[in-house]
Design a protein around this ligand. Sequence first.
Ligand code: PGA
Length: 253
Amino acid sequence: MTQRRPLIAGNWKMHQNVAATSALLEGLAAQRLSDEVDVVVCPPFTSLPNAAMLLAGSTIGLGAQNCHWENSGAFTGEVAPSMLVERGVEWVIIGHSERRTIFGESDITAARRAKAAQEAGLKVIYCVGETLEQRQTEQTYSVLEAQTAGVADLDPTQLVVAYEPVWAIGTGQTATVDQAQEAHAFLRRRLEGFFSSGAESIRILYGGSMKPGNAVELVGMPDVDGGLIGGASLDADSFSAIIRASAECAAGV
Ligand code: PGA
């Protein structure tokens, strides 16, 4: 079985202005992080240049939370992938459920954004996940199937998938380890169907109220390769505790 290196990514959403970004990154720099885990933080757009400066020379990667599929043009309110690269950004979250439910992101636009991001040299964290109603009406797997259709066109070596059940995001309600593993295994099979090689190496993150207290059991599941963390990534102590918990899983402690 391929040993996948865990990835813990912090999705700061619309939190952390420039001053708060500096404070949080200084807090993280003061923590003992792990060499066994890849770490990425995704501040809001306006905090990216400051974060890039503070993270220069650090092992923490920098990500944005969205990007457009064109590199310039009349797209009011959007940011081009090349503009992110220009600011030292290496990763981008695409298709987050808040983009889908609040801002009308579709599977088609998410796939276009992801493709353009990779073409510009960004690594993509591609988010999928069902709503509570979809889970209760047994549509989870058809939803995940539709949401991942565009992934087939992506470069698997520059791709991470995040399974984020919408009902678990910011609610304090986490998927059980069995629910998470089952969804991740489904996604792994889907990726295997798309890519003749390399699917085994794609990391699938769990997102939805991951905290220091549940990280070990979640990341300990065979197909859970880390987390996309919202609320708990805004506190240096809890984010670093999740990173350490994932390192324990990687080391098989
Ligand atoms: P949460 O958010 O950890 O606050 O549930 C996760 C996410 O939306 O990526």
